[in-house]
Design a protein around this ligand. Structure first.
Ligand SMILES: [Fe+2]
Length: 332
């Protein structure tokens, strides 16, 4: 079984537009045997009428037809904003390379040559639908990421001391995940988690967030709530559920003295242990009201000293190595 045959076909509607009844029937039978539903039209005009009744997942159209040929039909389909994304496959004969050229110029990507081999037909249609589905998934993923960026920036803009923090923490965490050879899917979740890690700060009043003096105990206790508050905000969003360990556990410490749960060592999910390194590195290398910006070398020393206390002793050398390498690259 190849990748393209895994396209789910139930309820997939294919519009077949072809003037030869015999060819239409052969095509429709082959597709129906694969689980597709088909509708048939004799020419472009009939095709347009059928399109108004139901939007197909793909259009398969002959080029040479009476009344309205395939090229005119394709142009009419693309002029309607509702139909611009429907994949379009042309049926051509060997002798019509001019038609292929014209179709290419208009943006038709796929062709089937007559006489049609049913195996080729199903393979091409499956491949085309698979490609369309993959593009849709990528677009939805990008839309989620864009939304998350807007959300994270909105939260960050409330805190005047930490501008750019989310972007840098995300970059450092991604370097770490790549150094640890995480699979692409986990890296993607990490990007979302790193961007959203402080989203729970939305519950912290602005005057506390932007206070130049040290926090009182009461204010600290309030600040600590941002981990649980953030997790509560996102737990109902299935697509973002994978980010919860980042949000919940980035303030846990290896020796158990962190929050919100005081987890120890490997009981702290790896997501939290990685993010803690990136978060603290950035906090220390940037100026805050209560401390100056420390140098890379100073921060690396602090992190090394905190190995086995604040940080995972196995991750610390990996983090220092990658940060040193990136630092050396940047200062070249
Ligand atoms: Fe935080």
């Amino acid at each position: 079984m190849n990748a393209t045959s895994s396209v789910p076909t139930p309820d997939r509607l294919i519009l077949v537009v072809e003037d030869s009844a015999q060819i239409r029937n052969v095509i429709s039978k082959a597709l129906e045997m694969e689980g597709y539903i088909t509708r048939q039209g004799k020419n472009g005009l009939e095709g347009l009428e059928l399109l108004k009744e139901a939007t197909p997942d793909l259009i398969l159209s002959d080029v040479n037809m009476p009344h309205m040929d395939g090229i005119e039909f394709f142009k009419a389909v693309r002029q309607n904003s509702q139909w611009t994304a429907i994949p379009f496959v042309f049926l051509t004969s060997h002798s019509t390379s001019e038609d292929i050229q014209r179709g290419r110029e208009l943006g038709v990507e796929d062709y089937l040559t007559k006489p049609i081999d049913p195996d080729d037909l199903v393979r091409i249609i499956n491949a085309r639908l698979y490609r369309t589905a993959a593009v849709e998934v990528a677009q939805v993923g990008q839309a989620y990421l864009d939304t998350v960026k807007v959300l994270a920036n909105a939260i960050e803009s409330r805190d005047k001391y930490t501008r750019g923090h989310v972007e840098r923490v995300t970059t450092y965490s991604l370097w770490m995940a790549k150094a640890l050879k995480w699979p692409a899917q986990h890296i993607r979740t990490l990007e979302f988690g790193a961007r959203l890690h402080d989203i729970g700060k939305i519950v912290i009043p602005g005057q506390v967030l932007n206070k130049p003096e040290p926090f009182t105990d009461e204010e600290w206790n309030l600040m600590k709530k941002h981990t649980i508050a953030g997790a509560k905000m996102l737990q109902e969003i299935p697509h973002l559920r994978g980010t919860l360990p980042y949000i919940l556990y980035h303030h846990e410490k290896w020796d158990g003295s962190g929050y919100p749960k005081g987890l120890k060592a490997k009981k702290i999910p790896i997501q939290g242990r990685i993010l803690a390194l990136a978060d603290v590195y950035d906090a220390l290398t940037t100026a805050r009201p209560y401390h100056r910006a420390r140098t890379h070398e100073e921060v690396v020393k602090i992190i090394a000293e905190e190995s086995g206390k604040h940080f995972d002793p196995q991750l610390v050398p990996v983090f220092i190595k990658i940060m040193n390498a990136k630092r050396a690259q940047a200062t070249k």
